[in-house]
Write a protein that binds this ligand. Sequence first.
Ligand SMILES: Cc1ncc(COP(=O)(O)O)c(C=O)c1O
Length: 534
Amino acid sequence: MPWSMPAFLPEGDQPVFLRLADAIIHDIRRGRLVAGERLPSSRVLAGELGVHRNTVLASLAELTSQGWIASQPARGMFVASALPAAAPPRRLVRRADLSSGKAQRRGERRAGGARGGRELADDENDHDDATRRTSAGFALPPALFRDEPRDASARRGMLHMDSATPDPRLFPVELLARAWRRTLLRNGRQLLTYDSPQGHPALLRALAAMLRQTRGMACGDDELLTTRGSQMAIDLVARTLLAPGDAVAVEALGYRPAWSALAWAGAELLPVHVDRHGLDVAALGRLAEQRRLRAVYLTPHHHYPTTVTLSPARRMQLMALAQRHRLLVIEDDYDSELHFEGRPVAPLASADPLRHVIYIGTLSKILAPGLRLGFLSASPDVIAQLSQARFVMDRQGDWPMEAAVAELIEEGELQRHVRRMRRECLDRRDALADELHGKLDSSLRFEPPRGGMALWAEVDPELDATAWCEAALAAGLALARPSQWAFSAPPPNALRLAYSELRRPELRRAVEILEKTRGAAKRKKPVGKKRGGR
Ligand SMILES: Cc1ncc(COP(=O)(O)O)c(C=O)c1O
């Protein structure tokens, strides 16, 4: 049902335009109005409330200035996709403070009875982080993310190179829908009840066979656990196998969602340098000599974000280090199927008789991230422990979906789809590389990746990659911001251009936008002091 204004504005002695803004904020906060939703026109709102249109316009201007709503040219006003973080309603009053001392006193009354301005100011700082509070007064811990995860609705209609995910237009909808229907018709009773948290046995069998055949891993069904994507796998490992305060090495340019899971479990994260051969294992060794390291999390097959592969020499050194220091190696092998040249490098887990490695895989890259299907391989005792943790967190996976995907694997359909995805990705990689060579050769330095869904390009030092991202976003091309991958400042002056979601003509348009916005990324030259004179 479309949103409509409440019949009455809240009581109060503030001007009507502020009370109207307050009412809209209230509806956004309680979810009656959601991010991206269009507001009725000012004329309609004025008519509904029986107020002058200028009053509504003043109210909308107030809401815009505070970031609650945003206008889209020729389309109207929309609820903002990134809402002001837990902004207290009294902010409205604080703006009014500027124009009227009377309003300030009223604001103080409203914000907490007899409390003075000083407390009010302190209170506002609360919202900065450490002790944020809900409207009911419960303390909230500091926010987990600096940047919100990608909000697709806010960027509908844009070209996306910000997230290396499969093109949804290539998703085998019919195949999966048929398999899902068949398995439910056949085994509905078994699939729709409580069962093992380890995963549907057919999917465990199918994944184990796939890992044996394609990744050289001798993996039995009791050495596997299904998860809702790699993210749950990393979280389970962090919660179950790490203790608060454990030191965990991570790639200094790396995958922030994994860092968040590890840090949330209380781990102390220690960044290790990455170069064109992947993680600097010698640096990891030095760190392990200085500190008691419990684990290392890494993406050896295609390092995220730079796409390089950990060299064979470093792989051997890493496994020796793991043995020497009894390190848990958390191997995130997120896109191993999408290797273009030769055979994919075998995972670390394939040469790990003592089982230092916890191996994590996902179907997000070959099917779709929205399915939330991933898996984890470890020794049977670890799997049993993690299954218990999964029970506590999630009870069990989505059995109907797991059974349907198992059927796709058993029938060879998933493997056919993977081959198609690989061809598409290779074609798109080449198309992107050609376009970049043609239009931006002087500004970007890159090697076409040997697999995966994104191309890593170093940006000419005269240009600022972050400014380029901002300008491209404003022109309709979404790019990942470099700060996203850097453990600590400064971020790399590079772009990670995901090509997997875009067809050739779209890639051409994307590169045109990059070319058009390059000027905005030019760094300002420091103004030199005038020479001469006395
Ligand atoms: C390094 C890395 N690991 C894992 C994933 C997949 O995450 P999930 O399986 O939770 O969708 C991604 C997706 O972008 C990734 O970049």
